[in-house]
Design a protein around this ligand. Structure first.
Ligand code: NCD
Ligand code: ZN
Length: 345
C-alpha cells in the first residue's frame, strides 16, 4: 500500500455557518484540519471583534470532543468598520485577517464594500500593524461578464489597493483564473493566493453541460479548462505563495436546488482524498504537504501544525456519503466524478 505522511493540514478559507449547519459540518473539518480561517459572512455578518469573540465561542462549543481544532477568526469589512476595533482584535490574538467582500459579489455580501475610499483608513491601519486583508476578488459591475469578474477586479481594484498600500498583506482568495495566478506570480511581496479543492477539479462545463448542476455552482464561478490547468500548475508547483483554502460553503439542498440557487460547494469531508488524487495525477504528491500544511502557516506567520496526517492509497475506493444530514437539512457533498482511492488513516 502506498502511504504519504504530511503535517496536519489547515484550511485557509472556510464557511462554517451557525446553528444546525455549524453543528453538522464542524466535525468534517476538525477531523482533518488543525486550523481554519473562518469566513464572517453570517446573517448578520461578523463585523466587530466582539461579534468574532462570540462566534468563536459558538464554534468551539460545536467542536466534537477529542478533536483539536483552532478557528482563526476574521472580520467582515464594512464602510463603518473602526480601525481601532480591528487593531484591538489583532492585539488580543483573536483576529487573523479582515475580509473584503465587494458589495453584492457573493452569498451574504450586501453589507460589503461599495467604495474602497471609505475603507482606506482601516486598510492603512492594517498595513501598519501587519494584519492581512483577505479579498473576494470579483467586481460586481453589472456590465462585466461573470466569467471576467476576477480578471477585471485585479486590474481595477486590487492593483489600486496594492499600489496605494504596498505594505498591506493581501490574500487573493479562491483564485480561479490564469490571470489571477499570473498576477500573484508577478508580485514581489505581500501577495499570496488560496486555491480551492473544487477549482482544481471542475471547469464550467461541469456546471452547464447536460443540464444545470447546482452542486457545482459556486463563486467565483468555475472558468474554462485552461484556467483549471493554470490553477493545478500553481497549486502543485510548491510555490510558497499558493495554499489551500477549500471555500467549503455548505447550503442545505433546498437552497441549492431551486430557481435561484445559492453559490457554494461542500468539500470539507472529502477534500484531502480529492487533493491527494489531483497531486498524484500531476506527479506532485511530494508537494501536497507544502500546499495543504506549510505554505499557509508561513504566509500567516504561524508555525506548521505539530501533528502529522497519514494518507494511504487503497485498492478499493473510499466511499464518502453523497449527502450529510444536519439539523438544518441535507447538504450535498462535492462529487469529483472519479473514484477516490486516497484515504486519511
Ligand atoms: C460562499 C458562501 O456560500 O458563503 N459561496 C461560494 O460559492 N463560495 C461565499 C463565497 O466565498 O463567495
Ligand atoms: Zn468563501
Amino acid at each position: 500500500m502506498k502511504t504519504l505522511s504530511i503535517r496536519r493540514p489547515d484550511d485557509w478559507h472556510l464557511h462554517l455557518r451557525d446553528g444546525g449547519v455549524l453543528a453538522g459540518v464542524i466535525g468534517d473539518t476538525s477531523r482533518h484540519f488543525g486550523r481554519a480561517i473562518i469566513m464572517p459572512n453570517l446573517v448578520p455578518p461578523v463585523v466587530t471583534t466582539e461579534d468574532a469573540k462570540a462566534y468563536r465561542e459558538r464554534i468551539m462549543a460545536a467542536v466534537p470532543a477529542g478533536d483539536r481544532f483552532e478557528p482563526l477568526m476574521t472580520l467582515y469589512l464594512t464602510e463603518h468598520t473602526q480601525a481601532d476595533d480591528v487593531e484591538e482584535g489583532k492585539k488580543s490574538g483573536l483576529i487573523t485577517a479582515v475580509k473584503l467582500y465587494p458589495a453584492g459579489a457573493t452569498t451574504n455580501s450586501h453589507g460589503g464594500v461599495r467604495d474602497l475610499d471609505k475603507v482606506m483608513p482601516v486598510l492603512e491601519r492594517m498595513a501598519k500593524i501587519g494584519l492581512t486583508l483577505c479579498v473576494h476578488g470579483e467586481v460586481t459591475t453589472p456590465e462585466v461578464d461573470i466569467f471576467d469578474r476576477e480578471a477585471v477586479f485585479i486590474e481595477e481594484k486590487l492593483e489600486v489597493i496594492r499600489r496605494r498600500l504596498p505594505d498591506l498583506k493581501v490574500t487573493m482568495e479562491h483564485v480561479t483564473t490564469k490571470e489571477g495566478v499570473d498576477y500573484i506570480l508577478g508580485a514581489d511581496r505581500n501577495l499570496a493566493g488560496s486555491i480551492t479543492t473544487h477549482h482544481l477539479i471542475i471547469n464550467r462545463n461541469d456546471i452547464l453541460v447536460g443540464g444545470i448542476r447546482p452542486h457545482y455552482y459556486c463563486l467565483p464561478v468555475a472558468k474554462r479548462e485552461h484556467h483549471r490547468q493554470a490553477l493545478r500548475k500553481a497549486a502543485t508547483s510548491g510555490d510558497a505563495r499558493f495554499f489551500l483554502g477549500t471555500d467549503s460553503a455548505p447550503h442545505v439542498d433546498p437552497l441549492k436546488e431551486c430557481a435561484c440557487g445559492c453559490a457554494g460547494i461542500y468539500t470539507s469531508i472529502n477534500t484531502m482524498s480529492c487533493l491527494a488524487h489531483v497531486f498524484e495525477e500531476e506527479n506532485a504528491l511530494e508537494r501536497l504537504e507544502a500546499f495543504t500544511s506549510l505554505n499557509g502557516p508561513a504566509w500567516y506567520g504561524l508555525p506548521a501544525n505539530d501533528e502529522m496526517m497519514t494518507l494511504e492509497k487503497r485498492e478499493e475506493a473510499v466511499v464518502y456519503p453523497s449527502k450529510i444530514d444536519t439539523e438544518a437539512g441535507l447538504i450535498t457533498v462535492f462529487d469529483p466524478k472519479f473514484p477516490l482511492h486516497w484515504a486519511v488513516r
